[in-house]
Design a protein around this ligand. Structure first.
Ligand code: PXL
Length: 281
């Protein structure tokens, strides 16, 4: 099994490739990387960060890879620095995904109802085009709202199944993470997802108060690693959600500033043991 992770390198503030590479590799799966940009920190909660867009390097990297005949079982895309890069990822799927392979798109654009710095409505429109090429879509609630045109205030605490259904216009197997079941009075955070037969399902974990940066990256990386190990979607979602929640709990217990990312390292062994039990290969 070979995965390609297309995402940025934020040198500090664990997210993107500094999360995807260790988690996917620890799952026992080869993880090649295509960095989209290099930043001194990610853009959420820091000011004065550096940002080097790597778009100019990507065509030469890809043509070298073509000469090597590289093909991937899974391609997972995350933070893309520009609309041009969205176009590049679409052709990366066409050129490098094996027949029958999985394209996982994490449409990284925002959180807590707002777009991240550098993104606007034009970017959202372009991202919809990439989502149409995804086999599996893993937005958080904010991103799902931007992709469907459903207002965040309306969706938050409301009918999450409706948001998931609206995403099906873009991709056959969408999911939505970070759905807080506030109105039902339960203190849980739920993933709404589509199982292998196309049915809508949910999986809930303890809701831990606070906004934790990089949680989406931990979730999507663990999900990709578990799917690569042959785990069915239901179990892969559970493993990824449990690992993410355990990492958030650890971060809160450590008192680490949320912008520095999740302390998932100490939760990795338990995740891998659970994965090993569930995995077929
Ligand atoms: O984790 C999402 C993310 C990834 N990469 C960069 C970001 C963010 C969120 O702010 O800024 C560069």
């Amino acid at each position: 099994m070979r995965i390609l992770a297309v995402n940025d390198i934020s040198c500090v503030g664990k997210c993107s490739l500094t999360v995807a590479l260790p988690i996917i590799s620890a799952c026992g799966v080869t993880c090649d990387i295509l960095p989209t940009a290099i930043l001194s920190t990610h853009t959420g909660g820091f000011t004065g960060y550096t940002f080097r867009d790597l778009s100019e390097d990507i065509p030469a990297i890809l043509s070298h890879w073509k000469s090597l005949g590289l093909k991937y079982d899974i391609i997972i895309s995350g933070y893309l620095g520009s609309i041009d890069q969205i176009g590049m990822v679409k052709s990366i799927k066409d050129d490098f995904l094996k027949e029958g392979g999985l394209m996982i798109v994490d449409p990284v654009m925002g959180d807590n109802g707002k777009l991240y710095a550098h993104f606007d409505d034009k970017y959202v429109e372009a991202m919809k085009g990439l989502c149409r090429k995804a086999d599996i879509l893993v937005p958080n609630l904010t991103e799902a709202c931007y992709l469907t045109g459903i207002g965040y205030e309306q969706a938050n605490g409301g009918d999450y199944a409706a948001v998931l259904n609206a995403l099906k216009a873009l991709c056959p197997r969408p999911s939505v993470t970070g759905c807080d079941e506030v109105k039902s009075g339960k203190s849980v955070s739920t993933v709404y997802y589509t199982d292998d037969s196309g049915k809508t399902k949910t999986y809930s974990t303890e809701k831990i108060e606070g906004a934790f940066h990089g949680a989406g990256d931990v979730y999507s990386s663990a999900l990709a690693g578990a799917l690569a190990r042959g785990v069915q979607t239901d179990k892969a979602v559970q493993l990824a959600a449990d690992f993410t929640t355990a990492s958030i709990r650890q971060t809160k217990a450590d008192g680490t500033e949320a912008r520095y990312g999740l302390n998932s390292e100490s939760q990795m062994l338990a995740f891998l043991q659970a994965l090993d039990k569930a995995a077929k290969n």
